[in-house]
Design a protein around this ligand. Structure first.
Ligand code: NDP
Length: 458
């Protein structure tokens, strides 16, 4: 049965359309269509698959403004960010369009014949994405999976299905086979689980919370099905006394308030060497005050509303007076899911603001003494996704970046994601890597074939 789900504009709080939620039967029908489409897709010449993916990228390019406007309305992302996200989808598609012709196996020296490996597509891949970056995270899954010869069923988050639905439509407009990339909106417990449990879905890529990722992994284990999991984070932004404090403080708001903090890479813990803590906070306060929060349609807006009332209330529960507040930024009042950025100064190491993923514009500051304590605090979390280290000492930058247990670190920068480099987490932040040159390989199985030449037996 299909249930209509209201889609809300987070900047007004008002529903503006609704989307039907697929049930398990509709997921099954989609998988059947995908199985048929994948057979034809895998049989195409690699150059033809590459050409179609390039055309898909070109069609996305022609619709950047439309996709961006949809994301502003559905997710509350500032227009400048949403435009970047749509352009990123195009770039990811272009990048992986080169892959079908570069999935090169190997020829291994053996006696009595020739031994060859092939990278064969898995079949149908399920890509389950969250609401924080509905377009970009979807593309990280579907672009390399399609390039490797698979079909993809995309399950967007129930709150934010609009750009995912449009992207599947654009794939058809670009000439990709019917059924090759399908978006099936639905609730996680119903459509999501049906996708993971489906025997004809060969792999699942899941991005979202650690709890749900663990559930997806358990369901997939029943069928010995591979998973890639991109999960939560509690990343540290580590500022040493020898850092360029002006640069570090100017970059710190963006490190955690970008996308209203709804970012698995958000540096939601700010570790500052004690000797420069006051000097750093003096620089941070005006930078936070200048952070522009407002109507996401404004060209110069840096942060829009949070995605939903429920999520805004959850974020607000971390700023309830039980943890000292250093200072806050500003946000509009009235309708819409607004929340003013907050800088907290927890005085207990077990404060939940230092332990739990807040997923909002809230950062907790901690002081440290020396390199060893910085590394200990940075690693004092069950997560290990991202993080930054600010120092002018090259040796320290190398030592600390090697000692912090995170999958994606940057030194003197907040950068976490480039589509040309691998991305993923350690510890409870996930399993497997997305992006980078090897991503298509994660959607293939290696087949090894020995061709006997009739000489001496091997
Ligand atoms: P979830 O992990 O619950 O949702 C992510 C995706 O998984 C959505 O598409 C969701 O569908 C789907 N899903 C939910 N349950 C299942 C299931 N049993 N089987 C298969 N798929 C399922 O994240 P939430 O959206 O609830 O966010 C909760 C918290 O998770 C956030 O506050 C944040 O802390 C963290 N989070 C982390 C993200 C990251 O990138 N690391 C991204 C998003 C959230 P549906 O929308 O219908 O529930």
């Amino acid at each position: 049965m299909t249930e209509a789900f209201p889609i809300v504009d987070p900047s007004t709080g008002a529903a503006f359309t609704e989307v039907g939620m697929a049930d398990a039967g509709e997921v099954d029908a989609a998988v059947r269509r995908a199985v048929r489409a994948q057979e034809g897709w895998a049989a195409l010449a690699p150059a033809d698959r590459a050409r179609l993916l390039r055309r898909f990228a070109a069609v996305v390019d022609a619709h950047v403004e439309e996709l961006a406007a949809l994301e502003v309305r559905n997710s509350g992302h500032p227009i400048a960010s949403a435009r970047w996200e749509a352009g990123h989808v195009r770039d990811v598609l272009e990048y992986y369009a080169g892959a079908p012709e570069r999935l090169i196996g190997s020829q291994i020296p053996v006696a009595g014949g020739i031994d060859v490996t092939f990278h064969e597509p898995l079949g149908v891949v399920g890509v389950i994405v969250p609401w924080n970056f509905p377009m970009t995270i979807a593309a990280w899954g579907f672009a390399p999976a399609l390039a490797a010869g698979n079909a993809v069923i995309l399950k967007p988050a129930e709150w934010t299905p609009l750009t995912a639905l449009r992207l599947a439509g654009l794939a058809l407009e670009a000439g990709l086979p019917d059924g090759l990339l399908q978006t099936v909106p639905g609730r996680g417990a119903e459509a999501g689980e049906a996708l993971v449990r489906h025997p004809d879905v060969a792999k699942v890529v899941f991005t979202g919370s650690t709890g749900t990722g663990s559930r997806v992994m358990a369901l997939a284990a029943e069928q010995v099905k591979p998973v890639t999991l991109e999960l939560g984070g509690k990343s540290a932004n580590v500022v040493f006394a020898d850092a360029d404090l002006d640069a570090a403080a100017a970059a710190a708001p963006g490190a955690v308030f970008d996308n209203a903090g709804q970012d698995c890479c958000a540096r939601s813990r700010l570790l500052v060497e004690r000797s420069v803590l006051d000097a750093f906070l003096e620089r941070l306060e005006p930078a936070v005050a200048a952070w522009r929060v407002g109507d996401p349609r404004g060209e110069d807006v840096q942060m829009g509303p949070l995605v939903s009332a429920a999520h805004r209330d959850r974020v607000a529960s971390f700023v309830d007076g039980s943890t000292p507040v250093a200072f806050r930024g500003s946000a509009p009042s009235g309708a819409g899911f607004w929340f003013a950025p907050a800088v907290l100064l927890p005085d207990r190491p077990d404060d939940r603001v230092l332990r739990e993923e807040i997923f909002g514009p809230v950062v907790a500051v901690q002081a440290f003494d020396g390199e060893a304590e910085a590394v200990r605090l940075a690693n004092d979390t069950r997560y290990g996704l991202s993080g930054s280290i600010w120092t002018r000492d090259l040796g320290r930058g190398i030592r600390v970046s090697r000692a912090v247990r995170s999958g994606a670190l940057s030194v003197n920068s907040n950068s976490s994601v480039r589509y040309t480099t691998p991305f993923g987490g350690m510890k409870r932040s996930g399993i497997g890597r997305e992006l980078g040159p090897d991503a298509p390989l994660a959607f293939t199985a290696v087949k090894n074939v020995f061709y006997a030449t009739g000489e001496a037996p091997a």
